[in-house]
Design a protein around this ligand. Sequence first.
Ligand code: FAD
Ligand code: NAP
Length: 327
Amino acid sequence: MTTHTTRMLIIGSGPAGLTAAIYGARAGMQPIVVQGLQPGGQLTITTDVENYPGFRDVIQGPWLVEEMQAQAEHVGTRILWDTITSVDLSRAKERGGTFRAIGDSGDIYEGETLVIATGAQAKWLGIPGELEFSGKGVSACATCDGFFYRGKKVVVIGGGNTAVEEALYLTNYSPDVTLIHRRDSLRAEKILQDRLFLHPGISVVWNKAVDSFEGDASGLTGVALTDTVTGAKSVLPTQGAFVAIGHAPATELFRDSLTLDTNGYIQVEPGTTQTGVPGVFACGDVMDHIYRQAVTAAGTGCMAALDAERFVAAQDFARNSALKVTV
Ligand code: FAD
Ligand code: NAP
């Protein structure tokens, strides 16, 4: 069992955590990043990324985060393979007022500041074909992948705000969008429903559960459905299926110590990454249920590092001023 100490402890190694590390390392905060079970985060499970600025040609998600990691290490970040299983945000005096996290390995991590970048995961249906055709017709992010379905017939599965927004967004690319919902009414807000029903490019299929994703070597070709009222089976041909049944932020560790919003995301002071506990900052998808993009995660990662740096500078100033008064 080893105790690792740092001025900036970062939990999570997606674009948010790695960007916080790049800024923190360059500011002399000697950051430690604890990677978690998905080193590199969500981008490691996608292929083409076409909307991250700075690259004229399509790049690969896993390559992009590998580069971020190399950059973070190059400027002095320590990246450790462990998963945090508990945190203590009390800043106990006996350990110099640091935050403490304990890893699955038994190692202890102590940080003068804590940056939470644990991300979120799209919920999946868990049905046959979903994994097989992931990235080859099945997606959970219209903003990320909609562009790849220009001119093609697509479906969106779900009945909440996310599903309706994804369906509306996809009309920018697809002439034929079908929303598939398991009941006969939507959960989405009325204003979004109105826009959906008025849109000539969108149709709704009610009372249908998706049983499986069907396809061949070319990719997805259709979705197999069961009518939830009659039990009748059918297949709806499509080349793209967007699963939009919600996201789950990775905030279980902080349920008792930080304020979460009604959807379980960490609440921060508007315009900052400051959580309810001074010295603890949250960035990326774990505090953002709206944008959920690599570039916004990186942007708030940068903000978290700058916020942490200012916090440490203020602490140092207060400590030095107290020393001068004593002398
Ligand atoms: P994540 O990437 O979710 O990373 C979270 C990190 O936290 C992981 O490293 C995980 O291991 C770690 N972690 C979690 N719990 C713990 C713990 N207890 N201890 C230690 N570590 C922990 N965005 C785009 O901009 N363009 C795209 O083309 C695009 N395509 C996408 C395709 C797919 C299939 C998916 C799923 C997402 C896509 N996105 C895309 C969205 C983008 O990937 C996310 O917005 C972004 O990765 C969020 O970054 P993050 O750092 O906040 O969190
Ligand atoms: P959500 O509101 O929980 O809706 C999930 C939808 O997916 C529901 O319609 C649900 O069906 C369906 N669903 C869940 N599991 C399913 C399954 N296994 N098979 C088929 N369908 C399934 O999730 P969300 O739409 O992602 O929204 C999450 C939160 O974010 C909400 O509070 C929402 O208001 C908010 N949000 C707000 C905005 C906005 O303000 N513009 C945009 C996006 C999200 P049932 O209805 O039958 O349960």
